[in-house]
Design a protein around this ligand. Structure first.
Ligand SMILES: Cc1cc2nc3c(=O)[nH]c(=O)nc-3n(C[C@H](O)[C@H](O)[C@H](O)COP(=O)(O)OP(=O)(O)OC[C@H]3O[C@@H](n4cnc5c(N)ncnc54)[C@H](O)[C@@H]3O)c2cc1C
Length: 500
């Protein structure tokens, strides 16, 4: 049992996006008598990548009383409406499909039948790109300006859910500024040793300046250096290496390739991985994430330069093993952000996962009134782990693509499928995936990272759902329902023609 009644100090070790967000969230739930302190090291710095949010970003900011316009302004942010996947199928320059943030919004998802969406099935059967039904999709496709996007949001003329791209340094700085205004203390030092007691609880941190900082609860937000988790506090590392091959990244900045900052993050497949391009107001945050088994660091830089047509200035090389810790809450320690795990940046899951972890932790701590049963902590960890499985499987599906033109893409094709995704794929040959298929990923108070609509956008974008599997569902509809489908397809065709 964890008893935080009478706690005097909560320490967050790490001042990146994860550390500062966690500090702001914890400040809200602990009384003013409890010190909430962030310890970070300006010498070590932050990872400095991770510039795109997910569907839960807006609500996570609002939960901390953060004004969205202020957030966008302070972080050099732009609207983010989803992802553009380029060259993942044929490798050609015009090969592209979209995964907009839609959840269950818009005309096609209002009609549900036994957890399926007949209008989606009809589009899959007809070979229509699924996101085309969304109001707002046209703004993405024609690279509309930020002002146009803002107007569409304000006038409720888009079904695409809004998130943000943001500068990773500015977001940490902004969260820090808020933290200073909200009675969070801050210390810039390097923690060298973590002291635990006979229960395995962290009782103090020892700094390079010989200071001993006693504490009642600690959050490990130390990024990829993972100062506490898996070291002073044991936890089981669960690698995804068997299913996801990428393990290295080279970030750099580049100018906007389009007249306006794109409303989506771009994921452009290359010979041995893919390039991310995240549009901010004044620049694009970019990088090549690749498999070190298939390309050297020098070759990776050369390939980027050849693709872009100009030299880049790589910031550094980031090495990582895709995977997560199975227990992120152990005794009086919670690990968040990169410290708790990381899978490559595809679908920008890292910050989204961190926000969901913090939300669920706050929920558990407040409803337990500071006294948390061991079984609750076990369930928290189980649900967090299942969320990582969802992320792993969703990402693995992205690589279930037709490219075979380089040794990397050939190896990707030969890489095993995780069991849950393999089973889903098997059923996809006979029917369209539905809400029920994802139920196993969601446990104990946690929200799923992706809605079935997100899975459908990617699966159909990659051509993983055969048209006949969709047709079987349509055949069992009544005459009136078939008429409804015909009217919808007519409306969609007219919409597409008007936008052509
Ligand atoms: C290549 C790449 C691309 C990514 N792209 C995305 C994306 O598009 N979207 C997304 O959501 N996420 C992305 N991420 C993840 C994202 O960068 C992180 O989730 C986010 O920045 C949070 O990082 P963090 O706070 O966990 O760690 P960091 O930013 O690394 O912060 C760690 C903190 O711990 C401190 N620290 C470490 N050790 C000590 C010590 N001993 N003593 C004192 N302080 C210490 C450091 O000083 C720093 O303040 C990406 C990550 C990588 C590697």
């Amino acid at each position: 049992m964890l008893n935080l009644r009478g706690a005097k100090r909560v320490v967050i070790l790490g001042g990146g996006t994860a550390g500062w967000y966690a500090a702001l969230a914890l400040r809200k739930i602990f009384s003013a008598a409890v010190e909430v302190r962030v310890i970070e090291s300006s010498q070590i710095g932050i990872v400095g990548v991770g510039e795109g949010g997910l569907l839960n970003l807006q609500s996570a900011l609002q939960a901390l009383d953060i004004n969205l316009d202020e957030f966008k302004g302070e972080t050099n942010g732009t609207y983010k409406w989803g992802f553009s996947y380029e060259r993942w199928r044929t490798g050609a320059e015009d090969d592209r499909y979209f995964h907009p943030f839609a959840s269950a919004q818009g005309a096609a998802s209002q009609w549900q039948r036994m957890g399926t969406y007949p209008l989606f099935s009809a589009m899959i059967h007809q070979g229509v790109e699924l996101p085309d039904y969304l109001r707002g999709m046209q703004l993405i496709k024609r690279n509309a300006s930020q002002d146009e996007a803002r107007q569409a949001i304000e006038k409720n003329e888009t079904d695409v859910i809004n998130s943000f791209h943001f500068d990773s340094y500015k977001i940490a700085k902004y969260f820090k500024k808020l933290a200073m205004e909200r009675n969070i203390t801050h210390q810039d030092t390097i923690v060298e040793e973590v002291e635990t007691d006979e229960r395995g609880y962290v009782v103090a941190l020892h700094t390079r300046d010989q200071e001993k900082i006693e504490l009642d609860f600690v959050v490990d937000a130390t990024g990829l250096s993972r100062k506490i988790i898996g070291k002073a506090v044991p936890s089981t590392w669960h690698s995804f290496r068997e299913y996801l091959l990428l393990d290295r990244a080279i970030p750099y900045h580049m100018p906007h390739p389009l007249p306006n900052p794109y409303l989506v993050s771009r994921a452009i497949a290359l010979s041995s991985g893919w390039m991310w391009q995240i549009p901010l107001m004044d620049r694009v945050g970019a990088g090549y994430v690749y498999s070190s088994k298939h390309i050297s660091d020098e070759q990776a830089v050369q390939e980027v330069e050849k693709t872009l047509g100009y030299p880049i200035q790589p910031q550094r090389i980031i090495r990582f093993e895709p995977g997560c810790f199975a227990q992120i809450w152990v005794g009086n320690m919670l690990s968040v952000g990169l410290a708790s795990g990381f899978v490559e940046p595809l679908e920008a899951t890292s910050i989204g996962q961190m926000l969901e972890t913090v939300r669920n932790f706050v929920r558990v701590l407040t409803t337990s009134q500071g006294v948390v049963a061991d079984s609750t902590i076990r369930e928290f960890n189980a649900s967090n782990f299942m969320s990582w499985m969802e992320i792993r499987d969703f990402l693995r599906m992205h690589y279930d693509c037709p490219r075979r033109d380089t040794p990397f893409w050939k190896d990707v094709a030969a890489t095993p499928l995780p069991e849950k995704y393999r089973a889903l794929k098997e059923t996809m040959q006979l029917r369209v995936p539905r809400l029920m298929d994802l139920e196993g990923y969601i446990l104990h108070g946690r929200h799923g990272m992706f809605h079935i609509v997100n899975w459908l956008f990617v699966a159909s974008g990659l051509g993983l759902i055969p048209p006949h599997a969709a047709n079987v569902e349509l055949m069992s509809l009544s005459k009136e329902e078939k008429q409804k489908i015909a009217e919808f397809l007519g409306w969609l065709q007219a919409k597409r023609a008007a936008n052509a």
